[in-house]
Design a binder for this molecule. Sequence first.
Ligand SMILES: Cc1cc2nc3c(=O)[nH]c(=O)nc-3n(C[C@H](O)[C@H](O)[C@H](O)COP(=O)(O)OP(=O)(O)OC[C@H]3O[C@@H](n4cnc5c(N)ncnc54)[C@H](O)[C@@H]3O)c2cc1C
Length: 404
Amino acid sequence: MKKTRIIIAGGGPVGVVAALACAQNGYAVTLLEAEAEIDDNPRAATTHPSTLEMIARVGLIEQFISEGLVARYFQFWDKPARVKVVEFDHDTLRDETPYPFVVQTEQHKLARMGIERLKTFADAEVRCSPRATTVSQHADGATVSADGPDGTETLRGNYVIGADGGRSTIRKALDIDFEGFTWPERFLVLTTLDDFQELLAGCCYRNYLADPDEWTNLFKVAGDDGKGRWRAVFPTRVEESDDQALGDESTYSRLERVFPLGRRYNVVHRNLYKVHQRVAATFRKGRVFLAGDSAHVNNSVGGLGLNGGIHDAMELIDTLHQVITKQAGEELFDRYTRRRRTLNVEFVQEQTILNKKRLEERDPKARQARFDELRATAEDPIKQREFLLRTSLIASVRKAQSMA
Ligand SMILES: Cc1cc2nc3c(=O)[nH]c(=O)nc-3n(C[C@H](O)[C@H](O)[C@H](O)COP(=O)(O)OP(=O)(O)OC[C@H]3O[C@@H](n4cnc5c(N)ncnc54)[C@H](O)[C@@H]3O)c2cc1C
């Protein structure tokens, strides 16, 4: 009997995890990645406990942890005063998850290790360079057209997943609205080899520095060489040009405001991102589904976007598996949007907007109130546990299970 074939457009981390879950369920899968190489620009690294459980389900957890850094704590700082406000400890969740910590592993490593694992499945095909251009549907399947170095080709599958990022061609081809807004400022990401744990005494691998003038997220990643490096994320000024934001003056003065080093920071990478809060009106049309950034985008404060995308991938493949194996009818497909869209709005959009506001609060009284609230949360074991269940998206997974 012919195997069910699932075509996935987009070989980012969400497409790769979805492809692996398809292959492990016994489906034939074709993964189309538009670029010749996996994008290794600095984007996601923070991977929360609930998502680590999913990475374990696709068999990558040991490698994922070994290529990253385990971050048990995260902290909030008052940046102008250079004072730590509060620290949260994921070990509070030790009775809730086998992974009571965050792992900081760069997203391109997840994509690469997933692609390597996919190659061990006879019916999994990874194609780098063909770019999906359109999708059409039939009674029993869907067809993707793709342009590659050898011209245009047509691929037919039973189902299609658009995991092709925020500017998703598949979402546009399905004419699905991407509702929400774009922030006026952009985010500047600077990577430095200088060690902030030596500079900012008492900081940990994940630090959120509140500042009414210019907040900073400061976190450590392992780097491809495993030697460690720090990423500092800043908002740009609205009127600042790309050249100004990426220039030396901006780079070094921004890092100096985090800690005055007295010499030039050893900066190895600079990048600028537009920042949006948008959610697709639906995550499915017929036999075509959206997952990851093609379905939702958000600001990166709190590190939730990719986590939510992996949650989509796992929910979607479980749903497809139930329908394909006739444990449920096609009406179950609507539950995918119902669950994942609702949970993205409630847990990812709301939290990331609040996280950003917390860091940039300008009103001194409101700023103090936010610090007091965080301290009160950390000091009360029950409140801290509830807070971490939410930030780690464990509460989101539990809510999904209760949603019909
Ligand atoms: C600075 C920054 C920091 C972040 N930090 C975090 C974090 O710590 N934790 C977190 O959870 N999230 C974080 N995010 C968000 C995270 O990077 C994204 O949510 C994540 O990349 C989404 O993965 P994806 O696979 O859906 O999309 P992408 O990573 O965008 O991958 C999409 C892939 O599809 C390919 N593609 C595009 N069009 C086509 C096409 N037509 N045909 C075939 N292939 C196509 C692209 O080449 C790309 O490889 C951060 C984002 C930024 C900008």
